[in-house]
Design a protein around this ligand. Structure first.
Ligand SMILES: *[C@@H]1O[C@H](CO)[C@@H](O)[C@H](O)[C@H]1NC(C)=O
Ligand SMILES: *[C@@H]1O[C@H](CO)[C@@H](O)[C@H](O)[C@H]1NC(C)=O
Ligand SMILES: *[C@@H]1O[C@H](CO)[C@@H](O)[C@H](O)[C@H]1NC(C)=O
Ligand SMILES: *[C@@H]1O[C@H](CO)[C@@H](O)[C@H](O)[C@H]1NC(C)=O
Ligand SMILES: *[C@@H]1O[C@H](CO)[C@@H](O)[C@H](O)[C@H]1NC(C)=O
Ligand SMILES: *[C@@H]1O[C@H](CO)[C@@H](O)[C@H](O)[C@H]1NC(C)=O
Ligand SMILES: *[C@@H]1O[C@H](CO)[C@@H](O)[C@H](O)[C@H]1NC(C)=O
Ligand SMILES: *[C@@H]1O[C@H](CO)[C@@H](O)[C@H](O)[C@H]1NC(C)=O
Ligand SMILES: *[C@@H]1O[C@H](CO)[C@@H](O)[C@H](O)[C@H]1NC(C)=O
Ligand SMILES: *[C@@H]1O[C@H](CO)[C@@H](O)[C@H](O)[C@H]1NC(C)=O
Ligand SMILES: *[C@@H]1O[C@H](CO)[C@@H](O)[C@H](O)[C@H]1NC(C)=O
Ligand SMILES: *[C@@H]1O[C@H](CO)[C@@H](O)[C@H](O)[C@H]1NC(C)=O
Length: 758
């Protein structure tokens, strides 16, 4: 598929191409953005890259220049010390974001803050030299605390400017009245700091404060931004709720040049977290001559299910829709809006051929139950190149697509009248199951599918409204569904073939070949057929009988492979599917290195596919910044894989279409692949993960299997392990899957990258 340039006049083709490129670039730089100014939206890094490093720390601020677009604004939440120095801290309680308790164990105080009694350690009780030894820590429990011992000191606004030299600075000011009670004058501080450093933005949720300082900033470079908090909260100086204040943007325009609103003001969500239509607030603000900035972007937040756990999709909905663009986004992960603005806006929707090949995993199983018609249709619509069917067999010997041989995983069988058909079959799995071959196809159709929930341990549920939607598919349905679709191929995955041959007396290899022939895959379609198995004997048999592309799946994490095992694989396979941790090795959710496996296998002429990629941020090491696109980019641009096996083909397909893909060596910094292992030296030795045992090496014993058995005619005794007479006492009771073992022992987290510092 693809490659359709037939010789001809290459230079005129090139010229046309260049001309097109120029046209595109001009179109994009001029008036493409629906912001107030027409310029691209601003990126504001809240406390720096605070999704990874302690908020407002040197690591967090410095990494922005490496991992975010040029011109990214650094945000500082200003607090005043006893000696009137402005410091950057995400929380007014120092005990929330520093280790101050260890230096001033009797420092807890209770003060009224906006009328609410608040207890903790406050900046107003300390002068700058008191705070000199205090270090910053991660304030959000779900993020990594691995940088808490890196000696990251509290920074004053001046420190940030001197040590980081931001191209743009945003100061957020809150609690003016509180400081006044402690004889500190925030207005005075703001006026004096703006004389020594360039302040590009000054925001506050306090109307009286902004109005008071506004005249001093009239006709300066500094933009004054009124910050809206949640609609029900009362603005302290007027006693009116922010919801009420929103009704009079003209009033805001008398002292501010813009507003900052929680993102739900723009895209509200239902109580069950689905997106409602956008409000008119962006165009209203623009009509009133106000810029509008959206706050609270964090890749590790729970955002609406409509985005399929893809933070880049969320960001694009605020800047790249047909109606409006906000003028800037305030985020803990500035890499994501950098990608959105620089490489993913105004993308052509049509599929792009070539590498990487996007292969679905049970269809678009991040959005719909595995292997249902809905999951397959969505995968096609989302731009997958290849959709996959893991073949299982029913009692009446019908081949179906089902991600597990055990119906308990994928269906509501435990709540059905078939729930007594439990067997223990150690050859298939250690726990009791209700297997596909113990129900007929008609019986299976009486069940409902269950959406996969691989990360439910972290309460990250997939598309709850559709958790039981869709119809099960037979292999023949799947083949018919795929045949006229804009796909480059299909992948049929076959496991337990030897068990099927010996115990069920069905030769699944022959059965799959006839199903493909019956569906016209030999003569009606250009779709490429791929067969995947972890069992080399299955692939060997296919190789003897067909010309299909054969994919050997390695089902354990290995760090290397001995030469003879690669030679063995090469004898029966065209491609290898590798667990993603075999490519980027991971220790306690930090990457440690890129193994040499991909180039080794490619050198032998094998394509390499990485599996299985998911959007949920907990499925990724911290290095990937809780952004599935950063992970995909690492596997494609960094590790050079030929394909990606993913539960969210839409995210991978959009990656393939990104407008920076063709920039080669001129790619912007935030589109460079992460460097594996670069975060480890940024941790104090005490915080580094313990060394791991070396990764196992694939050897010939792992690869070579006895030849595929012949299926004999049924005899009286089949020899399958007999089921126990009664169900075991602890039968699995739900269809929930096990979480990937990688995460079992770990706290909920996030992650990221960084090539600099030190
Ligand atoms: C961003 O800044 C770096 C370093 O100053 C520079 O090399 C690069 O060309 C800039 N990129 C763009 C797109 O302006
Ligand atoms: C700090 O405050 C945030 C927001 O109020 C809260 O989610 C977090 O748990 C607090 N962290 C600590 C260490 O107290
Ligand atoms: C800071 O406060 C401490 C007491 O907390 C005091 O000993 C010290 O002299 C003060 N330093 C300055 C520079 O004011
Ligand atoms: C605070 O500082 C501003 C500007 O220097 C000044 O106009 C104002 O009077 C001061 N307020 C108090 C309460 O001292
Ligand atoms: C800013 O200056 C303009 C005239 O240059 C004046 O009309 C306006 O009222 C001033 N705004 C504020 C907030 O002082
Ligand atoms: C705001 O309202 C509360 C009671 O609702 C009142 O106690 C307080 O004085 C009011 N503050 C202002 C600034 O009007
Ligand atoms: C909005 O505020 C402006 C300026 O303060 C005022 O003139 C106008 O009456 C207000 N409009 C409404 C609907 O409250
Ligand atoms: C979000 O998803 C729900 C459920 O699929 C759908 O009804 C709704 O229209 C979507 N919202 C938007 C704004 O696309
Ligand atoms: C399921 O099928 C296997 C293989 O035919 C058979 O050995 C087993 O007894 C069946 N289990 C039940 C509960 O029917
Ligand atoms: C699922 O199957 C039922 C019954 O065969 C059919 O009515 C329905 O349209 C199918 N749903 C989809 C989404 O194809
Ligand atoms: C395609 O092959 C199938 C089975 O091999 C056959 O039944 C069918 O007639 C063929 N169709 C065409 C158009 O050749
Ligand atoms: C091959 O690896 C397996 C475990 O993966 C090990 O048990 C076996 O000893 C190894 N064989 C050789 C020849 O190294």
């Amino acid at each position: 598929m693809g490659k359709r340039i037939h010789g001809g006049d290459v230079s005129s083709f090139l010229l046309a191409f260049l001309w097109l490129q120029l046209g595109l670039t001009t179109a994009l730089t001029k008036s493409a953005w629906r912001t107030l100014s027409g310029n691209s939206p601003a990126i504001i890094a809240k406390g720096g890259l605070s999704g990874l490093f302690p908020d407002s720390s040197l690591y967090a601020y410095r990494s922005v220049s490496v991992l975010s677009a040029n011109g990214t604004t650094l945000w500082c939440d200003v607090r005043l010390t006893k000696d009137s120095i402005g410091i950057c801290l995400p929380d007014m309680k120092l005990d929330n974001c520093t280790d101050i308790q260890y230096y001033f164990d009797k420092g807890r105080r209770s003060y009224k803050v906006n009328g609410v009694k608040t207890s903790g350690w406050f900046s107003v009780d300390y002068n700058m030299s008191d705070l000199a030894p205090v270090t910053l820590t991660q304030a959000i429990y779900s993020r990594t605390d691995s940088f808490d011992f890196s000696g990251l000191l509290i920074l004053s606004v001046d420190d940030v400017v001197k040590q980081v030299q931001p191209s743009s600075l945003w100061l957020n000011i809150q609690h003016d009245a509180f400081y006044a009670q402690h004889n500190l004058n925030m207005s005075n501080y703001v006026l004096s700091v703006s004389k020594s450093v360039t302040v590009n933005y000054l925001s506050s949720p306090e109307l009286a404060f902004l109005r008071r300082i506004a005249p001093s900033f009239n006709n300066t470079k500094t933009k004054l931004i009124f910050r809206f908090l949640d609609k029900g909260i009362k603005e302290p100086s007027t006693n009116r709720t922010y919801g009420l204040l929103l009704k009079n943007l003209t009033l805001i325009g008398t002292f501010a040049s813009g507003i900052l609103v929680p993102k739900s003001y723009i895209w509200p969500v239902t109580p069950d977290n689905y997106l409602l239509p956008s409000t008119s607030i962006v165009t209203d603000a623009h009509k009133a001559g106000l810029e509008i900035y959206a706050a609270d972007f964090a890749n590790d937040n729970l955002f609406s299910y409509n985005y399929s756990y893809d933070p880049l999709a969320e960001c694009l909905s605020f800047i790249d829709n047909d109606l409006f663009s906000v003028d800037g986004v305030v985020t803990d992960f500035p890499t994501t809006p950098s990608e959105a603005i620089g490489c993913f806006s105004r993308l052509n929707k049509s599929r792009v051929d070539g590498k990487p090949l996007i292969i679905s995993n049970n269809g678009a199983s991040g959005d719909y139950p595995d292997c249902t018609d809905l999951a397959y249709t969505k995968a096609v619509d989302d731009g997958a190149d290849v959709i996959d069917c893991p073949v299982q067999v029913t009692q009446d010997k019908i081949l179906i697509c089902m991600s597990s041989v055990d119906l308990i995983e994928d269906t509501t069988v435990t709540k059905s009248r078939y729930n007594s058909r439990l067997s223990v079959i150690p050859k298939l799995q250690s726990t009791a199951g209700i297997f596909t071959f113990n129900l007929t196809w008609n019986e299976i159709q009486n069940l409902k599918p269950i959406i996969s929930q691989p990360l439910s341990l972290y309460s990250l549920m997939r598309n709850p409204r559709n958790k039981n939607s869709g119809n099960f598919t037979k292999l023949s349905d799947f083949l018919a569904l795929a045949i006229n679709k804009p796909l480059s191929g299909i992948l049929i995955s076959i496991e337990n073939a030897v068990f099927m041959a010996e115990q069920l007396r069905i030769d699944v290899v022959d059965a799959v070949i006839s199903a493909l022939n019956d569906a016209g895959y030999n003569n009606k379609t250009a779709l490429e057929v791929m067969i995947q198995s972890t069992d080399s004997s299955v692939l060997v048999k296919f190789k003897q009988l067909t010309k299909y592309k054969l994919v050997y799946k390695i089902d354990e994490v290995v760090g290397d492979a001995i030469a003879s095992s690669i030679k063995d694989i090469d004898a029966f396979a065209d491609a290898v599917a590798l667990p993603k941790e075999s490519i980027y090795a991971v220790n306690h959710l930090f990457t440690t290195e890129i193994t040499g496996l991909v180039p080794k296998l490619q050198a032998a002429g094998l394509d390499v596919y990485a599996y299985v990629l998911q959007n949920e941020f907990v499925s990724q090491p911290w290095d990937f910044l809780s952004d599935a696109t950063v992970e995909i980019n690492a596997y494609v641009a960094g590790a050079g894989v030929d394909g990606i096996i993913t539960e969210f083909p839409g995210t991978a397909s959009r990656y393939k279409r990104n407008s920076c893909a063709k920039l080669q060596s001129k790619k912007p910094n935030y589109m460079l692949p992460i460097e594996a292992g670069r975060l480890l030296p940024m941790m104090a030795p005490v915080a580094q993960p313990p060394a791991l045992a070396p990764m196992p090496v694939l050897n010939a014993t792992d690869v070579v299997e006895p030849p595929f058995p012949h299926v004999t005619t049924p005899k009286s005794s089949g020899g399958a392990e007999a089921p126990p007479p009664t169900a075991p006492p602890k039968a699995p009771s739900s269809g929930q899957r096990q979480i990937a073992s990688l995460f079992l022992a770990l706290p909920l987290v996030m992650l990221s990258v960084v090539h600099l510092l030190v």
